[in-house]
Design a protein around this ligand. Structure first.
Ligand code: FES
Ligand SMILES: [Fe+2]
Length: 328
């Protein structure tokens, strides 16, 4: 069985689209192999349902929003709050709507500028990022990209620092110490489990706006941790107190295709515009994407399926817990 079929994965939240990309029309997203329509209801919240009209199975995402209702393009059935079918035009005004005409909405929430969906019954909340409530920090959203790789390979990569001097030579990793100090894992806060480490990162001109420094290398105090099933958070602190928080989200479209999005929080002075601030992070992400898209198939989950060394400890730990989750 490939991992996306695991029933237990349906009970967690996954970001699928930027709230700003939903706009005023329904949008199609794919999660764990199934298509959903996402739209804004009149009260401004987000809703999601399987992208299939209960009448003749037209994709609802090709419909439109009219007077706050989601309208199917095929025969014009209209769906209001919580997916209630409010109109069947062919039956005329006031006709009774069949109970099965209401959409089986799934859990949908907007958080951190993203729409999150849980297709089952949530067993955990959306991982907490306290910086989102801290007025000293601004949040920068970066859009959602599609990576042709398994979400499991992405998490494995985001927890791994030993690839920095190899994959990230075009950004911050050139000439970095290739040796990884012994990693100790611990609970970082309520939701994230991982490790703290320090790194001297290259600070080329393009990175100066992120680090706030013009030195050729900068010392970073970092933490990296995961929240099951597939969310990773890295925090970076520089000597002058500047902090840069990255939420790295890997959402399975299917077993070998994923949405990637990252959200940044920074306690900077807003003097550099948002897109320029994240350009270096985008370049780093592109290096990971290029590598992962060349690694075929899903990530083997068994502990003996691949060879691991001490620097793989965080990803081995995550893999063991992820496997236990999908085997539930
Ligand atoms: S298929 Fe949607 S209204 Fe008929
Ligand atoms: Fe990387």
């Amino acid at each position: 069985m490939e991992f996306i079929q695991a029933e237990s994965l349906r009970n967690y939240w996954y970001p699928v689209i930027d709230v700003s990309d939903v706009g005023d029309q329904p949008k199609k997203v794919t999660l764990l192999g199934a298509d959903y329509v996402v739209w804004h209801t009149p009260d401004g919240s987000v809703a999601a349902a399987p992208d299939r009209c209960p009448h003749r199975e037209a994709p609802l995402s090709i419909g439109w929003i009219e007077e706050g209702n989601l309208v199917c393009a095929y025969h014009g059935w209209a769906f209001g709050d919580e997916g209630r079918c409010v109109e069947v035009p062919s039956s005329g005004q006031g006709a009774t709507v069949p109970p099965a005409a209401h959409l089986p909405c799934v859990h949908a929430e907007s958080r951190y500028g993203l729409v999150w969906i849980c297709p089952g019954t949530p067993v955990a909340s959306i991982p907490g990022v306290p910086h989102d409530d801290d007025p000293a920090f601004r949040r920068i959203n970066t859009g959602v990209d599609v990576w042709k790789t398994a979400a499991t390979r992405m998490v494995d990569n985001f927890l791994d620092i030993s690839h920095f001097p190899w994959v990230h030579t075009g950004t911050f990793g050139d000439g970095l110490d290739r040796t990884v100090p012994k990693i100790e894992l611990s609970q970082l806060d309520d939701d994230f489990y991982g490790y703290a480490y320090e790194v001297d990162a290259n600070n080329p001109d393009e990175a100066n706006v992120i680090s706030g420094s013009e030195e050729s290398t900068v010392h970073r105090w970092m933490t990296t941790g995961y929240a099951l099933p597939l969310i990773v958070r890295s925090t970076i602190r520089y000597a002058d107190g500047l902090e840069h928080i990255l939420l790295l989200c890997s959402t399975p479209i299917d077993d070998v295709t994923s949405y990637f999005t990252f959200v940044v929080w920074r306690n900077d002075d807003h003097s550099v515009d948002a897109e320029e601030t994240i350009a270096f992070d985008r370049a780093i992400g592109a290096e990971d994407k290029a590598m992962l898209q060349r690694v075929p198939g899903t990530l083997p989950l068994g502990q003996t399926d691949m060879v691991s060394v001490q620097s793989d400890r965080p990803s081995v730990d995550w893999r063991r817990n992820f496997l236990a989750l999908v085997e539930k």
